[in-house]
Design a protein. Sequence first.
Length: 238
Amino acid sequence: MIIYGRNPIKEALVGRRAHAISEVWATENAAREPWLKPSRVRIASAEEIERRCGSDGHQGMCAEAGGYPYVSAEELLGKPAPLLVALDQVQDPQNLGSICRTAECAGANGLVIPERRSAQITPAACKASAGAVEHLPVAVVRNIADFLTDARKADCWCYGADMSATAVSYDAPDYSGGVVLVLGSEGRGLRPRVASCCDQLIALPLRGRISSLSVSTAAAALLYRILQDRDTGVDKVS
């Protein structure tokens, strides 16, 4: 995998696949970054870097980073009282990267995506995450609904973001203990079977004229609400 952009490469050099970085190509200006070791940088033109990575958003550098090191869902569920994010067919790599960035910043223990009809950790997702995918463990599962069933057996509570009539306000649940936040695809939201596998559906208030938030924006709002509850240990009354 050829990753590109300064933050993705900087984080990859200190992240879970640091050992896999074999080549870094940079323009003369970009090669002056203090965190880059001159011995492992090859000076290249911006045009050559664009040809290698296939994007003009490279910010003057790209790197050969090997394959992305996915983890198993069992590893994520084995963590004590984990905070996980599960994505139900989110297909835009920009949204996936943005959600990974927020999840990592909010202290989530990992993210879960399905193997089909979903964006994967590609160079574009790495760039959109600003390097967060190098630190946030990501698992690929065959089926999100089955993963949620396993999560509930592992004593996690699964909360699905949804605007249905049965959803409660996002600030109603007690988010202590193991939590899986489930977010649906762009436009369609959660599929019925995935929604039915959640313990509770939650909704953010929409007080303007637009009827929905982007999935990455919803993820940010919900994750920081969950983080606030987990930091303060607030108990909710059902």
